[in-house]
Design a protein around this ligand. Sequence first.
Ligand code: PMP
Length: 400
Amino acid sequence: MKTGESIDRFLTEALRGNTGSVQGWWRRKVEGVAALHLGFPDPAVFPLKELGESAKAVLEEEGLTALQYGGGPLAARLKEIITEWTQRAGRFPEGREMMLTMGSQQAIDLVCQLMLEPGAPVAVEAPTYMGFLTNARNYTQAFLSYPVDENGLVVDAMAGDLAARRRAGRPLPRFLYTIPNFHNPAGVTMSLDRRKALMALADEFDFLIVEDDAYGRLSFQPEPPPSLQALDDAERVIHVSTLSKIVAPGLRIAWVVAAPSIVKQLSRLNVASSGFLHGVVAHYCLRHGLDERVERLRDLYSRRCHLLLDLLEEHLPPGTPFTRPDGGFFVWLPLPDGVSAVRIYERGMVPNGVAVMPGQSAYADGQGDDHLRLSFSFAEPAEMERGVKLLSRLILDEMR
Ligand code: PMP
């Protein structure tokens, strides 16, 4: 692939919001290229053998029913199993209901379907998860972007803008989409003060909050503050979480916890699920539980994260203020003045052998050419080291 062609395709796909497709060429690992761009879990820890045994057990125990619409009795238990697991971790407040979805990506899509229409404003963090922008762009182009700093969403900035919008008689957002824990791509966690301020702001300006907690269980230390939903007296928060990073993303098992009236409306839109996979995952959870896995993953990703941070410290210009995440998969790297993320992406991929995610794909408004997202979840240690050395050489070269 020629370099110019690669970046054209990236920008066309990413900035027009077509990157959600798993077929997207750039979401693959390219032979010989250190993959610091992929926010994928490490496949070495997928429970391959155990899921195989569970699939076999479901077919043996339930026979043809397991393959019928809706699946068999095990499938029917998955919601109760995940409910119990989330309740035990204090992540399921009283009076809410749960709905299972095909990945949190489907949960996000259903919320967008329900809440958005052309011209309807939606508030996002800047930067935010690219897959949210991809989905929401199918419904509206009206994004209100608010900055993120080391304590998460800058709630004051949002407050100032909403007040100005109200004074000018302009529409307020239908909802805010936020990733409070171990942000993708910024790596930061929203502080407790900010969480409280955000809940007060939502009351004042009457908007809903979609809390995407894809990474909350993968903390290294300390634990993140209570969820936004735990601080929510007014049933404003739609909490979304997933087994993708904990068990395997190919299962497409995620869930929404929200007020019963919201879950009811979302359920009407939800026409996709696999009873068979629900049965397999229910069997897997009953036999193995999830807690031991979570502990193991926290340890694995914490070690990977520290390796990446050490490598960046060693090879990048001194004082480069990259984030130091307490969990999740990502480090957000600001580039020196005048160095373009797109240039680094373009030069890195072919022929230099390191893939990174340029910042623009994480903004609704074209900002972001001054940042890269680096992932520590997928590349193995030797690959990570090779990638960081190549990347720092490229950055130094671009500074000249
Ligand atoms: N939200 C965030 C913040 C993510 O990073 C991802 C995965 N990259 C998703 C949602 C999608 O996860 P799922 O596999 O559950 O659809």
